[in-house]
Design a binder for this molecule. Sequence first.
Ligand code: LLP
Length: 441
Amino acid sequence: MKTANQDIKPITTKINKNGNIEIGGCDLVELANQYGTPLYVYDEATIRAITKSYKDAFKTYPKISMMFAAKAFMTKAICKIMDEEGFGLDLCSGGEIFTAKSAGFDMSKTLFNGNNKSFDELNLAISSGVKTISVDNFFELALLNDIAQSNNKTVRILLRITPGIECHTHEYIQTGHLDSKFGFDLTQVDEAIDLIQEEYSNLNLVGLHAHIGSQIFEKQVYYDEIGVIFKEIKRIKDKYGIILKEVNLGGGLGIKYTEDDKPISVYEIAQTIIESIENHSKEYDIEEPYIFIEPGRSVVGTAGVTLYTAGSSKTVPNGRTYQAVDGGMSDNARPSLYQAKYTADIANNPNGEKDTKVTIAGRHCESGDILAKDIMLPEIEEGDTICFYTTGAYGYSMSSNYNRVLKPAAVLVNNGKSDIIINRQTYEQLIQSDVIPDRLN
Ligand code: LLP
């Protein structure tokens, strides 16, 4: 069965009676007028459809929890939706822990990941009731044990390992290969276990964690990842008599940014994971563990679009036509960071013939601030509302104030209603952390 991550557009996308694109029953041109641009628009129905697909796809393996990787897009409203859909949260910073807690999220459904968690962040995780901490390295083992000891607590931990699996995605978002900054190499696991057993009595090792990368289109890497982890669980059982009952497989399922992308469905990935769990549990004679998965991009990526207003344009004599918009690398760093490609439409002219080659340029003082190079669109007129699809993941979450450009607002649309979930930043907020030392006054 097809799932929402396999389409470029949110599931409710239509052309309405005004001849404009609508999402979640809301006319994108009206949204642009009402809230201003750039504007992130999130389709609630698409988010909920994908979370339901995950739950449905794994229903034959009930020993599983879906933990939304908050780094893909986190606001308090998203925490509420994830809670309602029965998802937990994979958190990776003090800021994410604080946001979840402020949203009233059930912290017993959270995990904490990261390769350099600070003393303050680990303390916050413990005092906030984060359920499990995935420990990434020796430094953190010692630090966490100290903190747990001074809080008089025992902390449930997973060991993050690098399974040595390469997936075919952009180098910057590969994580599971051996030469990676994340996790323990398999050759270091015994030393970590020895330390936990002999010195770190406030740490309770319950399982292993791995994450092989992001924007993955292949099934086999998940099959293999489980093989590597289960083999390790068997080895630890034989050597130490320790039975690790929990396994976190990370996230990574890809989405469709352009027609060239062919991501697999949530059902396909679930089937591969379940098959691999069954086969490898038998092969290594271990009990089927409790599984966590941490999808981020596939949960919110397709649901989100960004609206821009077309401004100035320039045609280089005998060269490219650049059409500038009122956002760019500050609201979507992915094109300049990863050469990521996107699909766009003109929201007020969706049926126009796409016969004009154009490069959509951002408004920042940087030549590399190009949102889409040489794409085909109907001829753009000043004031048109340009809609970029699949910006729901790692767009807002990687946004910046480069050039002191304000961060856009985000709205959640559903059944013809739109609600602000992030207010547009104001100039006052922009300067609120700035301090002029007395001697400069
Ligand atoms: N779990 C861990 C430990 C992770 O590091 C990540 C993502 C995820 C889960 C979620 O992966 P997802 O399902 O979203 O692929 N900024 C990059 C993506 C970086 C991903 C970092 N880790 C981008 O925009 O493509």
